[in-house]
Design a protein around this ligand. Sequence first.
Ligand code: GLA
Length: 382
Amino acid sequence: MHRTLTLSGLRLSLMIATLSAHAAGLTSEHSAFGTTSDGAPIEKYTLRNSHGMQASIITWGGVLQSLMVPDKNGKADDVVLGFDDIQGYQANPTVYFGATIGRFGNRIAGGKFSLDGKQYQVPTNDGPNSLHGGSQGFDKRVWKAEASKEKGWVGVTLTYTSPDGEMGFPGTLETHVTYSLNEKNELRIQYRATTDKPTVLNLTNHSYFNLAGAGSGDVLKQVATVYASTYTPVNSTLIPTGELAPVAGTPMDFLHPTAFGKNIHADHPQLKFAEPKQGGFDFNWVLDTKGNVGKLAAEVRDPQSGRHLQLYTTEPGVQLYTGNFLDGTVKGKAGKVYPHWGAFTLETQHYPDAPNQPNFLSTRLDPGKVYTQTTLFKFSNK
Ligand code: GLA
């Protein structure tokens, strides 16, 4: 009797110890990340779990600066492209490594749109079009940060108030972005925004993933599945034609696991628009999940390291871009060079140029309404 009691007592205390170790496994800390050229101090928040996953977020651009993920042998590597210091981010304004994109992810044709009969012109910074919110988008703003707490998650909430008319967009936009990590190796990004005038917005995250490790070469052997039966074909300046075209019979068919490299060189006009010389993907896939965050939207596996990324999102589309503009000249973290096709992005979004496309889901936000988005990147390593 005495022995049984002691044993169960022991078992109980062991359980308590494990539980508290579990809770203690989720930690966050913050430190200084240098100063911008204007003298603004930048902070870095680091979230950790007890399985070796670690995410660092900086207050410059709401950037996911590093993401350590263990491989099949338990060895953690940084799987996102980025820079070691704030100067790297400021010196490379057009790569958007890891950035929070706003007010409008992807392109707006001619930088023009109208709302309630009023015309707006936002900066054109990508040939004739506006890209990622214009030349000084959310990726180039200093965000306020606060550690966030929720049962089972450790996080940081970033806040930015974009004044009425900033980059030509109407309305004061109050934006919150929360990055959180849990013990299931899920990195979640939640967005929330409100406006005081009718406006348009399309927020996303522009992380460049390489599951074999950032700077370890190209991603052509990594295998993607995108649960999307259609995509939005584009013209030569990457503005959607307005059509939702079937992926079947095109290199855009990722309905079954397909290495990025398999069809990237295909002689297909769309691939030539994305990357005229060597081909590349840079399109918006129309997700069959239709905004159901409980359903798998896309996944990518790296056969070598065993790392596997699964994407879940409330957004109806995803821009899958294969780093076609990288050319080995950008030197990233630890002096590593990022080659052509050195990463892929999964930018969850509403469809590009939605403000000018009557057939696309609306990106309008009115006062009194709340914009929300949840996107989750789940990692495993078998
Ligand atoms: C998005 C765009 C690409 C490119 C990158 C950033 O993915 O669709 O065309 O602009 O951002 O370089």
